[in-house]
Design a protein around this ligand. Sequence first.
Ligand code: COA
Length: 161
Amino acid sequence: MIKAVYPGTFDPITKGHIDVTSRARKLFSKIIILIAHHNEKDPLFSVEERKKMIKESVREMKNVEVDSYDGLLVDYAKKKNIRVVIRGLRAISDFEYEFQMALMNRKISPEVETIFLVPHESYTYLSSSLIKEIISVGGDVSHFVPKVVKKFLKKKLNEND
Ligand code: COA
C-alpha cells in the first residue's frame, strides 16, 4: 500500500489539478491532496473554503483525501509516513521551479521521492490565477473548473464588490 501526497496552493483547484489527481489515484493506493503554504502567495480563498471545494470536486474518487498543513511538506510526509510527492508538469516552463523544489525536498528528506505527472494537454495552459482573472472580468470558466469552484468564485466576487 503506497500513499502519495499531492501538495499545492489550490486557490482554487482546477480541472487540471483534478486530471493529475485522477492519474495519480490509479498508481497509488491513496492520494492526499494537501493544501500547503506558499510563502509568496496570498490566497483569495481560506484554507477551509479550498478544502470544501476540493472535497466536493473529488467526492467520487474513493482513494483521495484532502488535508492542509502550514509547515514543511517533507515534515508532513514524515508525520504521515508518506514517501511519494506528486507534482504536475504542465510545460517546460514549470520544470526549473519543480526541479528546484524536488531537489530541496530531497536534500531535507532523502527518503521522499517526487514523481511528476503530465496533465491532459487541454489543461497545460491552465492556472488558478488565470481562472481568477477570467471570472473577475465576467468571463466563463465552466470549462476549466468544477461546478462547485465556479459557485465559490462567483460568491467571492459578490462579497468583494
Ligand atoms: N492544472 C492547472 N493548474 C496547475 C496545475 C495543473 N495540473 N499544476 C499547477 N498548476 C498551477 C496552479 O494553479 C498554480 O497557479 P497560480 O500560480 O496561478 O496560483 C501554479 O500552477 C502552481 O501552483 P501549485 O501547483 O498549487 O503549486 P504552488 O507552487 O502554489 O505550491 C507548494 C507550492 C505549496 C507545494 C510548496 O510551496 C510547498 O511545498 N509548500 C510547503 C512548504 C515547503 O515545504 N516549502 C519548501 C519547498 S522546497
